[in-house]
Design a protein around this ligand. Structure first.
Ligand code: SF4
Length: 222
């Protein structure tokens, strides 16, 4: 997937107002901006159909749409694919931003400076090359004092064990476990199974890890 260079226009899939349904800011009413396209192609992706339904929007229009909201969630797709626009947007808006990313596209130095200056929380949900991704964002958290949260998608017990190892190795704080949703599955039942597996792990007793299923999927809202 090519990276986009335009600073004044972006491709987005949708904008909407709802509650944040997952991760550290669960329940917070937010204005959502879903950037189109992704550099990954996860089999469990729950936004696949939306990602390629892109429409072009100008910076001014997006700033205008965002202005009446206090909290903005930028999600995707992968927003960092459109880094020049994303940086420009973040610089021009004075709101609390929750920026959700798979973490695999690392921002350049000037973008890191912008992230540092702004009221922003990065929610990293790594899907591939997980250790490499964590290492980079952990460095950003420590060296640049940027607020970083980690959201791990869980499928089964093995996968929970793997993440616990990573949390310990990198001494991660602000960690959220989220049961993944596959098409046509009973999400509530699956979440219960994941929770039981989560609680069986002996190391969980000594770690600050939150178990948070996706609230919008349980409530069947957007
Ligand atoms: S990284 Fe996220 S948006 Fe991209 S394909 Fe995977 S699940 Fe979908």
């Amino acid at each position: 997937m090519r990276k986009f260079k335009n600073k004044k226009y972006a491709y987005i899939s949708e904008v909407f107002f709802s509650i944040q349904g997952e991760g550290p800011f669960l329940g917070l009413p937010c204005f959502f901006i879903r950037f189109a396209f992704c550099n990954l192609n996860c089999s469990f992706c729950d936004t696949k159909e939306k990602l390629n339904k892109a429409y072009k929007i100008s910076l001014n229009k997006l700033l205008n749409l965002s202005k009446k909201y206090k909290y903005i969630t930028i999600t995707g797709g992968e927003p960092f694919l459109q880094s020049p626009f994303l940086k420009n947007f973040i610089e021009k808006i004075n709101k609390f931003i929750i920026l959700e990313t798979n973490g695999s596209i690392f921002p350049e130095k000037t973008f890191i400076k912008t992230l540092k200056r702004k009221n922003i929380a990065l929610v990293i949900s790594p899907k591939k090359e997980i250790c490499k991704v964590i290492k980079f964002w952990k460095m950003l958290e420590e060296d640049h004092n940027i607020k970083v949260y980690y959201k791990f998608l869980i499928f089964n017990r093995e996968n929970i064990k793997k993440y616990i190892k990573i949390i310990k190795e990198f001494k991660l704080k602000n960690v959220y476990f989220q049961p993944v949703e596959f098409k046509n599955m009973d999400y509530i039942n699956f979440s219960k199974k994941c929770l039981l597996s989560f609680l069986k792990e002996k190391d969980i007793k000594n770690l600050k890890v939150y178990f948070r299923p996706q609230l919008h999927k349980i409530l069947k809202i957007k």
